[in-house]
Design a protein around this ligand. Structure first.
Ligand code: NAP
Length: 266
């Protein structure tokens, strides 16, 4: 297989720095540049933690792609930047692998249409952890038998979006199997606003933000006399990198946008 040239956006971030390590240590992948809102014109090797990794740093995506066009852009930034990067990459014939969360449905639709028009692969995965994907799939299976469910997602307190992309994706997958139902007592009233969490199709999503956490989720189903809890924990960001690697390799063979790691795993 030919070497896949990779650009990483957000290399100083918690996820981006792991992605740099993963690409650097993976045969068949070659890091050719990084996109960073600071440090334009420097070499990555000048930044703390990246000694010996001599690739150029760009702040502008167009300049970056003009200097040397990658095959794949890995984006691990913020919702606003991630959307612009993904759109620009598709417009310029670069395949995006996006871990950044917080895109709106309209943005996802626009990117799906653009990938189709350009016949270019793109993967947007709100969760790269294989265990989290299984948690979502098991929840989808259980939803056929349990229509009452609450999703509790727990993340570190620097996370920008709530609920998490994984929680929303889980709710979507559950909704595809669950009989629509407004849960709880019909006369239920919140004495403190937000106490019952966000409402997705009648089921509730609760977002916990605490230092010390990384990425965790529980999906709790309830029925007469029983509960079923499906739980996944990511204890470090390296847990996401095997998923990122699979996505980078797979996106080269796609010609549409795929949303969710579960749709590319066997
Ligand atoms: P983070 O530590 O805050 O890193 C984000 C990085 O993006 C920061 O270094 C930030 O730089 C940089 N950035 C912001 N604007 C930029 C721009 N215009 N160009 C280039 N870089 C820019 O966040 P994180 O924890 O790594 O998470 C990154 C994203 O991945 C988030 O959306 C998060 O929800 C998502 N995530 C996904 C998964 C998954 O499995 N898919 C797992 C964990 C997290 P500054 O610090 O200078 O602003």
């Amino acid at each position: 297989m030919a070497t896949i040239k990779v650009t990483i956006a957000g290399p100083r971030g918690r996820m981006g720095s792991e992605a740099v390590k993963m690409v650097e240590s993976t045969e068949g992948l070659k890091l050719i540049s990084v996109l960073d809102n600071k440090n334009n014109g420097k070499s990555l090797s000048e930044l703390e933690g990246f000694a010996g990794i001599d690739v150029p740093v760009f702040s502008d995506i167009n300049e970056c792609f003009q200097a040397d066009s990658p095959d794949v852009l890995i984006d691990l930034t913020t919702p606003e930047t991630g959307y612009i990067h993904t759109k620009t990459a598709l417009e310029q014939g670069v395949r995006p692998v996006v871990g950044t969360t917080g895109f709106s449905n309209e943005q996802l639709q626009e990117l799906t249409d653009l990938a189709k028009e350009k016949q270019l692969g793109c993967i947007i995965a709100p969760n790269f952890a294989v265990g989290a994907v299984l948690m979502m799939k098991f929840s989808q299976m259980a939803a056929k038998y349990f229509e009452d469910v609450e999703i509790i997602e727990l993340h570190h307190d620097q996370k920008l979006d709530a609920p998490s992309g994984t929680a929303v994706k889980t709710a979507e997958m559950i909704a595809s199997q669950r009989k629509p139902k407004v849960q709880g007592h019909p006369g239920e009233k919140e004495t403190l606003e937000g106490a019952r969490g966000a409402d997705y199709d009648g089921m509730h999503i609760h977002s916990v933000r605490l230092p010390g956490l990384i990425a965790h989720q529980q999906v709790m189903f309830g029925a007469d006399g029983q509960t079923l809890t499906i739980k996944h924990d990511s204890y470090n960001r390296a847990s996401f990198m095997s998923g990122v690697k699979v996505c980078v390799e797979t996106v080269m063979n796609l010609d549409t946008l795929v949303y969710g790691l579960e749709n590319i795993l066997d």
